[in-house]
Design a binder for this molecule. Structure first.
Ligand code: FE
Length: 196
């Protein structure tokens, strides 16, 4: 097989899995819960619910900013890659955006598994050097007066952004507010969706 003739990624993953099981390095069912949780349980709607609660419950927000790991667990969101969650609050003068320059870390329980663009070498390299340009290319134009802070998430610390609550949402329920928070807003490449 030449180097240009590489099997599809699913076949390669299956081969690695078989080899690990054959060598006794991994139990045959070790990945089952990860696959289940990754597909069914870890999703950005969880983080959206965390944000919506923070917008409506000042005491929860204080707990979230103090230590997001137990605060997220209050809502049932915990588990692998969610052991050290740190919440970053956007303000009128400061916008937060997350990257893992090493690989693809996200806080799985509240953001879900990372999207392909987040894992791309281009995003990982460029958002650090020229965040405003990258955000512009992703459709987010920030006022020049707003500072941008780029946070390196890692195996030890998994960030989530708390975007600003859109104007015109006074009196909305948590469920309504959560609808305004996308995965991109939790990463910081978008704002919460304006009220319509
Ligand atoms: Fe990573």
């Amino acid at each position: 097989m030449s180097t240009n003739d590489v099997a599809p990624i699913a076949a390669r993953a299956a081969a690695v899995r078989s080899a690990l099981i054959e060598q006794g390095a991994m139990a045959a069912d070790a990945l089952d819960p990860i696959i289940h949780w990754g597909a069914e349980e870890w999703k950005p709607e969880n983080g959206a619910r965390v944000v919506a609660k923070a917008w409506t419950d000042p005491e929860f927000k204080a707990r979230l900013l103090a230590d997001a790991t137990p605060a997220c667990a209050e809502l049932g969101y915990h588990g692998p890659q969610g052991e050290y969650i740190v919440a970053l609050e956007d303000t009128p003068s400061m916008h937060n955006v997350i990257v893992c320059t090493q690989c693809s870390c996200t806080a799985w329980p509240v953001l879900g598994l990372p999207p392909d663009w987040y894992k791309s070498p281009e995003y990982r390299a460029r958002v650090v050097r020229e965040p405003r340009r990258v955000l512009h290319e992703l459709g987010l134009d920030l006022d020049p007066a707003v500072s941008v802070r780029v946070w390196e998430t890692s195996a030890e610390t998994r960030y989530m952004v708390i975007p600003m609550r859109p104007e015109g949402t006074e009196g909305w329920t948590e469920e309504q507010l959560a609808e305004l928070v996308t995965r991109e807003a939790l990463i910081g490449t978008a704002l919460a969706t304006p009220a319509s």
